[in-house]
Design a protein around this ligand. Structure first.
Ligand SMILES: [Zn+2]
Ligand SMILES: [Zn+2]
Length: 542
């Protein structure tokens, strides 16, 4: 059974699925794994007929602690303030630093088919007073909180410590304050210059009510409080938080012992490793979520996250590799399997469910999606590089009928992805320039066996006139087998004849992307040998 269906089968009754994030800066594409997993769990629960609410929260009362992301004049003033209060550093296009980064990330969700029923921002929640009963419970049970930190995480808090971060009424910082002496209505607080190394408090002190947005709970308590506030029943979390004695263990214990509630079901998920250094230097594209969705269409991106079980790490290194084409190929293989078409290679388990979950629209027609004509990514990447090719017309020819509207839009997205891939990621071997004018001089390196092979390939292709990449590929192989030529040397011969180099992209697709007459003519020219050499006059005639 697919992992999300397994999880859905293990629960009963209405479900609330939650995730939240601190918008501390530009959000990496790996952070999409959580929202995609949440979405698929929600779909699986709804498929089972369970009433399901999907929540996505922004923990924007957390203190600003990323100095590098502030303009120099803002560092002293803004470090330690709630990220919701820090001005947008990216030109003021959003109401705050938090809104900028969180919203830029959240804006990618709809295109990926992720539609939380509700977004909540903690900076909106605290002022409503909804958190007040939970703040009161935490302060009343401060000793229990301290004991949990000690027992679960071996963290010792000083006597009198309160689980509360007051927002300093003077300087507005939340990361610099220490609270003590809860009297049931107010706490004493000090805004300390040296409480943390990364921000400086203003030195103010006094008594203040912790309610109505004047204070926040420390992160672990805030997390557990969200579960009580929203009635969360399922919350997967990243494995960095799920270690023994780590954040999740702490919040689970806090939920039980401070807020008297069973914590939600956890499903720890591993990271997506995306060739970090190479990505950040790759023509400036980087690995930000909102940049990757410009390159990868939603279905392959969902597949990237959904193919492995959540507890498996994902290695995705698109720079200088064929990782992206392979992802598309895998999607096409799933589609072929679901549509009952022949396909090559292995299928993942639960292919049909996986293909359904990869679709952007959960109510969409999966059979129609599977049956759609899907040009191979590498083929498109080739076509995109050959001048004068009308790609849509060419593919309609290969398909054997006009493209449907859905197929046209699939083609448009793939073609854009192929161009972006060629522009930013593709290995040199995928970047081709067909020498259309004449047989490349490099073809002089062909040996007699290779020339004979190319001649035989021309003889076979002239009557057969293969049209598809697969048909060409089959002919390339069968001719090599007949002539007893190693495949590697056969391919090298083709690349030399057309590209002037001994390697290249899949030969079948290369040949299919060119007019058949031109291919046959070029094969014959290469079989004869270099015309330039033949035309050179003998020395004696000068
Ligand atoms: Zn902005
Ligand atoms: Zn202060």
């Amino acid at each position: 059974m697919y992992w999300a269906d397994e999880l859905a089968a293990s629960v009963e009754g209405p479900q609330v699925v939650n995730d939240s994030k601190t918008p501390s800066g530009t959000v990496h594409v790996g952070s999409l794994r959580g929202p995609v997993i949440l979405d698929v769990i929600s779909r699986a629960l709804r498929d089972r007929g369970l009433a399901t609410t999907l929540l996505y929260g922004v923990d924007d009362m957390d203190p600003m602690d990323a100095q590098a992301l502030l303009t120099p004049d803002a560092v002293e003033r803004e470090m330690g303030r709630p990220v919701a209060q820090v001005p947008d550093q990216a030109g003021g296009c959003h109401a705050s630093y938090a809104r900028h980064h969180a919203q830029t990330f959240i804006d990618t969700f709809a295109g990926l088919g992720i539609h939380p029923d509700r977004y909540y921002w903690m900076s909106d929640i605290y002022p409503t007073g909804e958190m007040d009963p939970l703040i009161r419970a935490a302060l009343d049970r401060a000793e229990v909180v301290r004991e949990i930190y000690r027992r679960v995480s071996k963290v010792e808090r000083p006597a009198g410590w309160l689980p509360l971060s007051v927002v300093c009424p003077v300087c507005g910082k939340v990361g610099t304050t220490l609270a003590r002496d809860w009297d049931g209505e107010t706490v004493a607080f000090d805004c300390l210059p040296d409480y943390v190394t990364w921000a400086h408090g203003c030195g103010a002190s006094g008594r203040i009510s912790p309610f109505g947005g004047r204070a926040k709970l420390p992160w672990n308590l805030e997390w557990a409080a969200q579960w009580s506030l929203f009635g969360v029943t399922i919350e997967p979390c990243g494995k960095d938080l799920a270690t023994a004695g780590g954040s999740r263990d702490r919040s689970d214990a806090l939920a039980r012992e401070v807020f008297d509630r069973e914590p939600p079901l956890n499903l720890p998920y591993e990271f997506l490793n995306i060739g970090g250094r190479k990505m950040s230097t790759s023509k400036g594209r980087g690995a930000a979520a909102h940049r990757i969705v410009e390159v990868l269409p939603p279905e392959p991106l969902r597949l990237l996250f959904l193919r492995p079980r959540p507890n498996q790490a994902i290695e995705f290194d698109p720079v200088g590799t064929d990782a992206m084409p392979r992802l598309f190929d895998e999607l096409d293989r799933l589609a072929a399997a679901v549509a009952g078409r022949p396909f090559r290679g292995e299928l993942p388990p639960d292919a049909e469910r996986l293909f359904g979950y990869v679709q952007v629209d959960p109510a969409g027609d999966r059979a129609a999606a599977a049956a759609s004509y899907r040009p191979a990514f590498a083929h498109l990447a080739l076509l995109a590089q050959i001048p004068g090719v009308n790609v849509a017309a060419r593919l309609a020819e290969e398909k054997g009928s006009g493209l449907t509207l859905d197929e046209e839009s699939l083609l448009a997205r793939r073609l854009a992805a192929a161009r972006a891939w060629l522009d930013a990621y593709a290995p040199d071997s995928a970047v081709v320039r067909v020498r259309e004018d004449a047989l490349p001089a490099e073809a002089a390196a062909l040996d007699p066996a290779q020339r004979a092979y190319l001649g035989a390939l021309a003889d076979a292709a002239a009557p057969a006139r293969p049209e598809s990449g697969d048909a060409w590929q089959a002919l390339v192989f069968s001719t090599a087998t007949e002539r007893g030529l190693q495949n590697g040397r056969a391919f090298a011969a083709i690349y030399l004849a057309f590209l002037g180099r001994p390697n290249g992209p899949r030969a079948g697709w290369l040949l299919a992307s060119l007019p058949a007459d031109f291919v046959v003519e070029r094969l014959r020219a290469a079989a004869r040998g270099s015309p330039a050499a033949e035309a050179a006059p003998p020395e004696a005639d000068r």
